[in-house]
Ligand binder design. Structure first.
Ligand SMILES: [Zn+2]
Length: 70
């Protein structure tokens, strides 16, 4: 499978490549939004078990991060 970046024969990129990259970015943004919502759902239902970092703590189950620096 390709990494999605296709060079032309002379190694330059043309408008089609820009369009390809743009549409791929749009796709990933939508996917990101979907994943963010899924993660939020998991975090809202999680019984957090916090692990302390330096200035914050994160849940070892769902990676919810809480600042300890108020
Ligand atoms: Zn959690």
């Amino acid at each position: 499978m390709s990494d999605g970046i296709i060079a032309t024969e002379n190694g330059r990129f043309n408008m089609n490549h820009a369009l390809l990259i743009k549409s791929e970015m749009d796709r990933l943004e939508k996917e990101m939004e979907l994943l963010r919502k899924q993660l939020q759902l998991i975090q809202s239902q999680c019984e957090h078990r916090f692990v302390e970092d330096r200035l914050s703590q994160h849940c070892s189950y769902c990676y919810f991060v809480e600042s300890l620096y108020y």
